[in-house]
Design a protein around this ligand. Structure first.
Ligand SMILES: Nc1ncnc2c1ncn2[C@@H]1O[C@H](COP(=O)(O)OP(=O)(O)OP(=O)(O)O)[C@@H](O)[C@H]1O
Ligand SMILES: [Mg+2]
Length: 454
């Protein structure tokens, strides 16, 4: 039988904190980009690089069993990181999150974006993970202005923590589905088709029976515009009841919401319920600088930082302005900064400038993507556009729009960035109200879409 001393010795050790884990992953990703042809390192690669055994590496990465602090130091120093006290916790009953291993995860990512290119946000990811994994929050809001990175962050987070859940489902509310439509998708999925009725009670039962992660993107779409913030549009009040139940009732699941505005329930309950919290996202200098570097712009570190600051480190705006700099200033940040930036100031002006440079086919594609408001295949676009454009021409135009960061691409389908969708919708409305739609117009007036956020 082991003596007390032996036992306590064996128990000693440390475990990576969510922050340490995020820092390590980010540094490892960077090394994969720079030194491994963008391929992820296998455990065997890591064993060779760090000198740590496969068993120790697995333990460190699973974060359920304590390891020697020395092993963490070795792992960190391999990727040129200094281990700080915030990167680990002493393994005690309180720091180890005991989890039953989940063997099968049911996932439905709906129309989620591809986030394989994602930079920075280490602190934010660590905070959200702590809230969800350690503090067991039931309702978490990710809030911030358009283009700041809420959707990208929520998908990245969900990808990183998915193994802790039996069910993961991601849904966008961009087209303002009535609550019943949403429940009709959530309930059968989360109950493995055992329940098919779109009832709130059934949903709650699923949230109790299993650990489910539900991500609802673009919550602001169902909130009233221009009134007291956080109130629902007529007919969408049921969402308030849904959030109240998720936040207040005991269950083992988590809802993550992204929104430009804070729904009233979040504001009310985060004061009283420890399990309801929200994170206000501001710009990310790290992500913005990485995006500038990836776009091949030329400029000193100060110039890059000045450019980021001019656009509040908003990743979407940075991506769009980068293409203007490429086209108009040969990629020279300095020359761009010397100009009267009023021309490019604000997203509206930036988008005006970009839109006016598009070919007429590119503009028509933008309009059709705004009308369709969903991921659209090239074959559908081809059917929409009159007179027809050849497939190579369409592909070329789509490629160019992707390069300008005006559209998003995912396995052969395309959609507009949300902020861009609003802009194009406004343009469409102005255009069609300003003139009687001529028979030659490519746009049927009846199909005018509503704005993204109201
Ligand atoms: N950390 C990041 N690293 C790399 N790209 C990012 C990052 N954050 C955001 N982006 C990119 O910036 C663009 C805008 O991000 P995203 O769509 O997440 O913004 P949003 O806050 O959801 O905006 P909206 O309110 O309009 O929906 C996307 O193309 C996204 O891929
Ligand atoms: Mg979004």
């Amino acid at each position: 039988m082991p003596s007390f001393n032996q036992r306590s010795k064996r128990k000693r050790g440390v475990i990576l904190s969510p922050l340490g884990w995020q820092r390590l992953q980010a540094a490892q990703k960077q090394s994969e980009r720079e030194a491994n042809g963008r391929q992820p390192y296998t455990l065997e690669d890591l064993n060779e690089l760090t000198g740590l055994s496969l068993n120790t590496l697995t333990k460190i990465r699973r974060r359920q069993t304590a390891v020697d602090k020395r092993s963490l130091l070795d792992y960190f120093s391999t990727f040129h990181l200094t281990l700080t006290p915030r990167d680990y916790a002493r393994a005690t009953a309180a720091t180890v999150v005991h989890r039953e291993p989940i063997t099968t995860i049911q996932q439905d990512w709906g129309e989620a974006l591809d986030v394989s290119v994602f930079y920075g946000r280490i602190e934010e990811l660590a905070t959200l993970e702590t809230w969800i994994q350690v503090d067991r929050c039931r309702l978490v809001g990710v809030l911030g202005m358009g283009g700041i990175g809420k959707t990208a962050l929520s998908i990245k987070l969900a990808e990183q923590i998915q193994e802790q859940f039996e069910y993961v489902i991601w849904r966008t509310l961009r087209n303002a589905p009535p609550l019943e439509t949403l429940l009709r998708e959530l309930v059968p999925f989360l109950s493995q088709q055992q329940e098919t009725e779109a009832k709130m009670g059934h949903l709650l039962q699923c949230l109790r029976d299993s650990r489910c992660l539900v991500i609802l993107d673009h919550m602001e779409t169902i909130l009233k515009a221009g009134e007291r913030a956080g109130q629902y549009r007529p007919g969408y009040e049921g969402y308030g009841e849904l959030l109240r139940l998720v936040g207040e009732t005991a269950h083992q699941s988590c809802f993550i919401l992204t929104s430009r505005e804070k729904p009233a329930e979040l504001a009310t309950f985060e004061g009283t319920e420890l399990s309801v919290r929200s994170l206000q996202l501001s710009g990310s200098e790290e992500a913005s600088l990485a995006l500038i570097q990836a776009s091949g712009l030329v400029g000193s570190e100060e110039q890059q930082k000045e450019l980021c600051a001019s656009y509040s480190c908003n990743p979407l705006v940075i991506k769009i302005v980068a293409t203007s700099i490429q086209e108009l200033f040969d990629g020279e940040i300095g020359e761009f900064l010397e100009q009267d930036t009023a021309v490019f100031n604000g997203i509206q002006k930036l988008l005006d400038q970009q839109f006016n440079r598009l070919s007429s086919l590119e503009q028509t594609i933008m309009y059709w993507l705004a009308i369709n408001r969903k991921w659209t295949k090239i074959s559908e676009l081809s059917a929409d556009i009159v007179p027809a454009a050849s497939k190579p021409k369409l592909l070329e135009a789509l490629e160019s729009l992707c390069w300008r960061s005006l559209i998003e691409k995912r396995s052969g389908s395309y959609t507009l960035q949300c902020a861009v969708l609003e802009y194009v919708t406004e343009r469409l409305i102005e255009q069609t109200t300003g003139e009687i739609v001529a028979a030659s117009s490519p746009l049927p007036p009846a199909s005018l879409p509503q704005s993204c956020s109201n």
